[in-house]
Write a protein that binds this ligand. Structure first.
Ligand code: HEC
Length: 99
């Protein structure tokens, strides 16, 4: 299982579509908060495993188990919902010459 993806500047505008206050700092903090609080009982699920809608349902449930503050819950949701919709870089397409 690769470590959870590190948010990049190009993720920020996608994050802001759902979370208007999102910044790169908040995404990075969401990742840290996810690593710290969500790995105690099971492995860290990849963001892509669930849709943003599914994360919005699951995270409040898991927040109770992980005893998160509302702020931590929001950071983790912002991170996971955003990274779940990150476009895949297609290695085949990337290697192709145009035309
Ligand atoms: C105290 C233990 C505990 C902590 C902490 C915890 N979880 Fe869970 N989690 C569980 C258990 C147990 C299940 C499976 C049973 C269930 O769904 O109720 C589960 C299931 C899940 C699932 C569904 C399983 C799947 O295949 O996708 C997701 C997603 C998830 N957790 C995410 C999180 C996130 C995000 C956090 C951090 C906010 C977190 N968990 C923290 C105990 C925990």
């Amino acid at each position: 299982m690769p470590p959870p993806a590190v948010p990049a500047p190009e993720d920020v505008s996608r994050a802001q579509e759902r979370f208007p206050g999102a910044t790169l700092e908040k995404l990075a903090l969401g990742r840290e908060t996810y690593l710290t609080n969500c790995s105690g009982c099971h492995h860290l699920y990849p963001a892509r495993k669930h849709t943003p809608e599914e994360w919005a349902k699951t995270i409040p449930e898991m927040a109770k188990r992980a005893k998160l503050t509302p702020e931590q819950q929001e950071l983790i949701l912002t991170y996971l919902a955003t990274m779940s919709t990150r476009p895949r870089t297609d290695p085949v397409a990337a290697g192709r010459t145009p035309g």
